[in-house]
Write a protein that binds this ligand. Sequence first.
Ligand SMILES: CC(C)(COP(=O)(O)OP(=O)(O)OC[C@H]1O[C@@H](n2cnc3c(N)ncnc32)[C@H](O)[C@@H]1OP(=O)(O)O)[C@@H](O)C(=O)NCCC(=O)NCCS
Length: 437
Amino acid sequence: MTTDPTDRHYDREFVRTFFTSPTAVEDGEDSAKMLRSAAQLRGMEAPDVWVPDNEDATAPSMRDQGVENVVEVVSEHGADFPGEIHPRVVWHRDDPATRYRGLQHMLAMADPEAGAVDHLDGFVIPEVGDIDDWKKADEVLTMVETEHGLDEGSLSMSVIVESGEAELAMGDLRQEAGRPSNNLERMFLLVDGEVDYTKDMRAMTPTGELPEWPELRHNTSRGASAAGLVAVDGPFDDIRDVEGYRDRMTENRAMGMTGIWSLTPGQVVEANTAPLPPASGYWLLDDGTSETELRESDGRWVYDGDALALEQSGDGYVLRVDGREQELSGDDLREELLGRAAYVPGMDDIVDSMEEFEAAKEAGKGAIAMTRAATLEIDGLAVDLEADRMWDEATYQAAKTPIDLFQDVYEHRPDQHDALADRYGGEVVERATDLGT
Ligand SMILES: CC(C)(COP(=O)(O)OP(=O)(O)OC[C@H]1O[C@@H](n2cnc3c(N)ncnc32)[C@H](O)[C@@H]1OP(=O)(O)O)[C@@H](O)C(=O)NCCC(=O)NCCS
């Protein structure tokens, strides 16, 4: 029997949050303080994947202490932690001594006598190189499993993609995973590391800001899709810029990259919430300067901005936008505004549309027209808009991604059920969990 390389070998289909915590900080009293508080996060404050970080987040002089802290805190709190736990260890494609330390740290953390391994889902390997280097890391994990009598492949492996070599290796993964001479089926996350990638690429910008690297993010998302893995974007280090973090996540999701690194508990809440559809839908209007959110009032969607202006003139209208003045008939105005308006569906809209399509399919129809109608109000004037969109099986499948995400969260994160019910209401939650089943 051949296995499909895009089959997933792990439980989570989506990972929204990859939260790193320093394993040991010089504190006088308790060097494991940050680990201890992160291990007790719950609900929207707890990440999907928690990464006790014994690499860059922890000073080199504190890393041996960090291993002891991971063992202690994960043994004590791991059973109750609602997400998965994947410590990051040291590794470097160019340095055998670093790789050897990584092996020693993994051996210590996975020692069954120490009590943490029952709650460890895998390890995160940074600074990987070409595919042969990924195989070395995989073999080291196999040695750790063998030494401790664990099942081969029971510890998953995630990598940080932070070099050109690693970026290219993602293209080999589909071929290489599943060969009898390796255990690369253990792969789980492909996580971008833009800071080191920038250094590796010798990239420069006038201000010293990190380049945006949309190509790397696209390639990582593509690599994950081709090999049945999960793609995660790297750290967003402007930690108080919530809007910037949200914009980055919006861009990522359009590339199929749902997950992102979180550096602080505040970022975890943002990143857990951002990919979930809004509770209610709303209209946007491109007013020539930005996509402005319209305000709902008495069944109308009201534009409050002043970049776009509308007034009645005889039988028609005058529309001022983009520095132009247009005289338009009622029909032309509707057409112009249809081109400028867009609807962001809420969870209830997505569920309604999918149920409608499922019912049509049941009744033997392959394609249907879905109508979206609204009354816009601009400068006190009401304009009725209506648009039909064709839905077929492909539309249904593409629209289903937010529902797949929701269902994955609902199944794996019972600690977030209350937050989801508060956001959407119990009835919509129930219909969303039932869709497609
Ligand atoms: C960047 C950083 C120093 C900012 O710390 P900060 O200014 O205290 O951040 P916040 O104010 O948002 O923190 C709120 C609380 O959460 C704790 N906290 C912050 N980041 C945390 C983390 N990553 N893990 C666990 N706890 C964390 C803080 O200690 C603070 O606790 P307190 O209220 O008991 O003092 C800290 O978030 C950090 O060390 N993050 C991880 C860095 C990392 O992973 N780097 C490697 C990436 S390449």
